[in-house]
Write a protein that binds this ligand. Structure first.
Ligand SMILES: [Zn+2]
Length: 58
């Protein structure tokens, strides 16, 4: 008998407060680490390369 406890694998869990987004730049689709937007509005997300695209939403 084994009392090993098997936890479900959680491979796609991100740390609290960090959500997974994709760059909104046309044709990019990379992981987006930068969110731009006014408070109470849905932010727009861009990758490092295209983060300047988001400044128009600020
Ligand atoms: Zn991008």
């Amino acid at each position: 008998m084994s009392d090993e406890i098997r936890l479900p694998r959680q491979e796609h869990v991100t740390p609290p407060g960090i959500q997974h987004h994709f760059c909104e730049h046309t044709g990019c689709g990379k992981d987006a680490g930068w969110g731009f937007g006014k408070p109470k509005h849905t932010p727009h997300w861009f990758c490092f390369e295209h983060r300047t695209d988001g400044e128009r939403y600020l």
